[in-house]
Design a binder for this molecule. Structure first.
Ligand code: WTA
Length: 656
């Protein structure tokens, strides 16, 4: 880490905003001053600028550390803000979503009027099947427009949604449905992935087979038309239910603090946390940041956020931010290499995308594929690039700027989390002179600091922990069903400060550089995975006695999952048979995919006789990371048995 750090801090290139860009940018230097002068007044102004309230608020913030209520007596409807009001303002014909399916030529143009018809019918349909305000609805869908419609329809009637990423397994889906107590699941027959139709509905069936959930109905969107197992009385086709539903639905006003959604994310323990967000503050910060950081001008831009709707980035910057602004955006179903490695750039060219928001892991992959691929397409429509999900190394940043941005587009490296709900640390593209690799400063209205172990701000040039110093509108309101865990996880480390779990450093100018997680959370291709969660999955396999998982540095994915596994004695004998070891490894990798999802599959699994532990029995992951990254193994003096590392290394070499 220290070597990386030194390289980072030698980064001295800066790129001031192009004057043309700055002259019409939404985010201005004045915003910083205003926010510093009056934090609450600033946010009240943003709330009234970006959101329409059914009932105006008289109070901005009620702060009883660490519990916040933003605009507590205000009332609004998030779906009305994202859809109806644009139609009322005469922009019904504007394209809301240029949807592009993975199979070439499979596209749909959805205007705000189209969205309006769909959300009204969907809201009525949900009510017809018994969903009431306060009931939770699980959404397990591919990247199709119905995903956005389903979320908005839930918001409209005040039913918090819990979107589960379509790549999660039936097991993971089951635990999320169960934890949220979902009454309805919205899914599809399948989706297109890497050129073929892959089924989705069977995972829902498997999740509900446990027979212990609160789910009453399953709504199934027809996407691929493939053969789909059916449970009469429980399963209903989305199209049919919408068709039968009344076409108009008046959006009711909900309290500002009414729960909008739950989204599960990995923490340091095995059990994913249901992060929950409420309405008024969340919507305000999503729309505000989408305007000032991504510089969205709804009347002229074509915006594209490449995230999946199953992650927070999809929630905030595909659904709630851009639609609340009334923007036109691209939504793409598939992978970047289907049917060819230039698919993203072809889409940019065809749709004349002006703003592109993607992840460092994708950028590094494109880099690996070569400059000539984007070089074949006309990318001159682009005017702003964004990055999110993990630290972006200066080399990838420079490549992004040069090859994709034609050396003219500002890049915004945006730091935030599922918990923060919206962007917190980022340049403002019309104001900040950007630096390759640094997220730089808290945006106007946000307080961020880097502190040491004693909660003291570190001087410039030093590292520590990233904390947030002031409450912010889109902050999580808690962990679903577990208020204690909320306090303990985020607010107990440093008095009165939100602990983000990220290491960071301030450079000589005071700019912030994010350095990755300081806890047992890994970041693989921008996806959060917990070491404990994968360890639990491994140990649940009958052949495994013990497991330790580490995140090893990986050139493309940022980090990669590497597991060290001790087999049960019966399995050891079997593994020693010629050729059997590899089978067990494959079996264990598949087991993790089944328990959590393919994204959690370890890149490698090493079968070892022992694990390095301290005298108190704590696994020393630091040493395992050294092995996983092929480094000289560090200090072993605190190990209970210092010969363990030798044993591990000998065993691994034998296996090579
Ligand atoms: C990491 C994704 C460096 C960080 C929006 C954080 C980043 C975690 C950046 C949250 C960035 C996100 N630079 N690291 N620009 N953006 N991270 O909840 O470790 O999926 O804590 O939210 O991703 O991941 P999550």
């Amino acid at each position: 880490m220290s070597e990386t750090l030194e390289n980072l801090l030698q980064e001295t290139r800066t790129f001031p905003p192009p004057p043309e860009f700055a002259s019409r940018a939404n985010g201005t230097a004045e915003l910083y001053e205003k926010a510093d002068a009056d934090h609450e007044g600033f946010w009240a102004e943003q709330a009234r600028t970006y959101v329409s309230w059914s009932k105006d608020f008289t109070q901005t913030l009620q702060w009883d550390t660490p519990f916040a209520k933003w605009f507590p007596d205000g009332e609004l409807n998030a779906c009305y803000n994202a859809v109806d009001r644009h139609v009322e303002a005469g922009n019904g014909d504007r394209v809301a979503i240029h949807w592009i399916g993975e199979p070439e030529g499979d596209t749909r143009e959805i205007t705000y009027s189209d969205l309006h018809s769909s959300v009204q019918r969907a809201a009525n349909a949900l009510q017809d099947i018994g969903v009431r305000k306060g009931d939770t609805v699980a959404i397990y869908l591919p990247m199709i427009p119905e995903a956005a419609v389903a979320m908005l329809a839930c918001a409209r009637i005040g039913a918090p949604h819990s979107v589960v990423f379509g790549g999660f397994s039936a097991e993971a889906l089951h635990s999320r449905i169960d934890d949220a107590g979902a009454k309805v699941v919205i899914t599809s027959d399948g989706g297109y992935r890497r050129g073929s139709a892959s089924p989705l509905k069977p995972a829902v069936d498997a999740a509900l087979d446990h027979g212990d959930t609160s789910v009453e109905k399953v709504l199934v969107v027809k996407r691929t038309g493939q053969e789909t197992p059916w449970t009469e009385g429980r399963d209903l086709w989305w199209d049919e239910v919408l068709e039968q539903a009344a076409p108009t639905h008046e959006a009711p006003a909900h309290e500002s603090e009414h729960p909008l959604f739950i989204l599960y994310t990995s923490g340091t323990t095995g059990k994913p946390k249901g992060i929950f967000h409420t309405t008024g503050g969340y919507l305000t910060q999503c729309a505000y940041t989408n305007a000032v950081v991504h510089d969205v001008h709804p009347e002229s831009d074509v915006y594209w956020c490449t995230a999946d709707i199953g992650w927070v980035t999809g929630h905030s910057y595909i659904v709630y931010g851009p639609l609340t602004l009334g923007a036109t955006q691209v939504m793409y179903e598939g992978t970047p290499d289907t049917p060819h490695q230039g698919r993203f750039w072809e889409i940019v060219e065809q749709k004349k995308v002006t703003i592109l928001y993607t992840a460092p892991t994708a950028i590094r992959t494109f880099m690996k594929w070569g400059d000539d691929i984007p070089g074949k397409f006309d990318l001159s429509s682009l005017r702003l690039l964004g990055s999110v999900g993990e630290p972006i190394n200066p080399e990838a940043w420079m490549w992004y700027r040069r090859v994709i941005g034609g050396d003219r587009c500002p890049i915004v490296d945006t730091w935030w989390q599922t918990e923060t709900g919206a962007i917190m640390v980022s340049p403002l593209p019309g104001v900040t002179a950007t630096k390759p690799g640094s997220a730089q400063r808290a945006i106007p209205g946000i307080g961020a600091e880097v502190v040491d172990d004693m909660a003291q701000p570190v001087p410039n040039g030093h590292g520590g922990y990233l904390v947030l110093t002031k409450p912010w509108p889109a902050m999580l309101r808690g962990i679903w069903g577990d208020p204690e865990r909320y306090k303990e996880t985020y607010w107990s480390r440093f008095e009165g400060l939100y602990f983000a779990g990220d290491g960071a450093k301030k450079d000589d100018d005071g700019d912030i550089w994010l350095l990755g997680r300081v806890d047992d959370v890994m970041n693989v291709s921008g996806h959060r995975l917990s070491t404990t969660e994968i360890e639990s999955a491994l140990v649940s396999h009958p052949k495994v006695a013990e497991a330790a998982v580490v995140g090893a540095t990986d050139e493309t994915t940022g980090q990669a999952v590497v597991a060290f596994v001790i087999l049960r004695s019966e399995a050891v004998a079997e593994a020693d048979e010629p050729g059997e070891g590899a089978d067990i490894v494959a079996e264990l990798r598949n087991h993790v995919a089944k328990e959590i999802g393919p994204i959690a599959k370890p890149r490698s699994i090493m079968i070892v006789p022992e694990l390095p532990k301290t005298r108190s029995g704590k696994i020393m992951r630091r040493l395992l990371r050294d092995v996983a990254e092929n480094r000289q193994v560090g200090d072993v003096t605190t190990l209970a048995d210092s010969s363990v590392m030798e044993l591990i290394k000998t065993g691994l070499n034998k296996g090579d």
